[in-house]
Design a protein around this ligand. Sequence first.
Ligand code: FAE
Length: 539
Amino acid sequence: MRDSTPSLSVSRRGFIVGTGSIVGLGLLGRTGASAAPVPAPIPNGARVPVLVIGTGYGGSVAALRLAQAGVDVHMVEMGMTWDTPGSDGKIFSGMRSPDYRAYWLRTRTKQPLSNFLGFPIDKDVPKYTGILDAEDFGGILVYQGRGVGGGSLVNGGMAVTPKRSRFSAILPSVNADEMYNVYYPRANSGLGVNEIDRAWFDTTDCYQYARVGRKHAQRSGFEFVYVPNVYDFNYMKQEAAGAVPKSALNAEILYGNNYGKKSLQKTYLAQAKATGRVAISAQHRVTSVSPASGGGYTVAIEQIDTGGNVVATKTVTAARVFFAAGSVGTSKLLVKLKATGALPNLNGEIGKGWGDNGNVMVGRANHLWDPTGSLQSGMPTGGIDNWDAGGAFAEVAPLPTGIETYASFYLSITNTPHRAEFSWNASAGRADLNWQTAWKQTSIDMAKSIFDKINSKEGTIYRTDLFGSYKIWGDHLTYHPLGGAVLNKATDNYGRLHGHPGLYAIDGSLIPGNTSVNPFVTITALAERNIEKIIATDL
Ligand code: FAE
């Protein structure tokens, strides 16, 4: 569907007011000395040309490119800014000692590996707007980053471009030539992706676990692939040499990296802020979007404190709204807004096509002559590719406990066909997801195509102490939620939501459930492609 909101023209000099009812609203950002973006935090009653919900990959790409095109952008983020050190001098808490900063409004940690040597390792923490959300939908625990930078704050930085031969199954309506010639390279460059020095990989203590993973994979005839990362490997080398403060080599992953990782705050968002056109309101949560009487959209926002309490409610007006709240955040908002009549014209595809990227975790117990090392870099940099033969791509993940565990640990991405749907539960006032726990068996079977063979070859067994007592598979979670506002179904082929011109989805919700590898490079590249088209044709 072609957008029919009043036009916002972009000229060489910048953003020019178009014709139509929005002009009367004074909603448009302008170039020139007189224009100033609405400051953060956004005041009640503000009028902005573009409001972006969420500051993860999709939102950051949209904000930067719109700002470069001369459009003032206001980003609204429910999480914290994560720019102020705590009393220990650090912004983020480490993985071995998660504290109040670690979890989003929980009173007890919910660690992905719940047990070690069979013993539960979760502990009580003060309720706080921490960085990692473990959102429970009954059948599946969905981990997500909260804060300015979204998932880039908590993730493992693995920056994987899917094999081109698989792309048509990932995003069937998207031109692969354009993606691989233009948008994947643009995304990799914008994200600051770098590769490990292979000679260093082969000798450094901190990747012994990955070398053991490589050796076992290759001895069983599997392809081992080196995986690029957004963690600065030169910084990591200096960590290993004792020259700089440690982050990846201090078990920092999941709850933020104090150094070394090029999260979005250091890349897209830093560039976006440098344009002078992007403001970010942190600890602000969007609760509603509906058509405004004079054109554009009315956006309802709750400002929250670090205890999660609402301290102010605000209503602002935006000519255009980009949903970039992540697959879960965007899906939850859209199913609610459709069902409650706030956005009645959204189509029947809203909430559908949601998948877990086939995530499943497992550990293997190695022999005593195969130690994986007490020092393990928190940033994975290799994987086992058995996608074509067995439907699984397994990243060789760290277990940075600080002691020798003789364990190899893996997060597999599998070619699961299962897709769930979000729907609005009016009586409970929340969005539900109809995920079925039994669906993970398909992913387990695909992961077993790798690990049964390795175990048989090496004479090793699965660990049973990481996810409970005598539980082999971490099949209760995902790190990679995808879908819910699928491209070319809930939206047109560029993320314009059907039925409401001026509304866009531009995050992981566009991707129908699976990317065959870790997803953020694909989310970023797709956002680059879509925003380029939107700027060229809608503004
Ligand atoms: P995302 O980055 O989740 O950003 C959405 C933002 O919107 C968040 O900051 C939310 O707080 C905010 N938000 C949500 N609802 C609202 C609302 N109502 N109002 C205001 N703000 C809101 O979305 N991917 C990889 O490719 N490689 C990895 O190594 C990797 N490791 C991971 C490890 C962990 C532990 C986790 C949790 C994820 C990992 N991922 C990895 C997944 C990756 O981080 C994820 O796919 C992207 O972050 C999704 O990007 P989006 O832009 O869709």
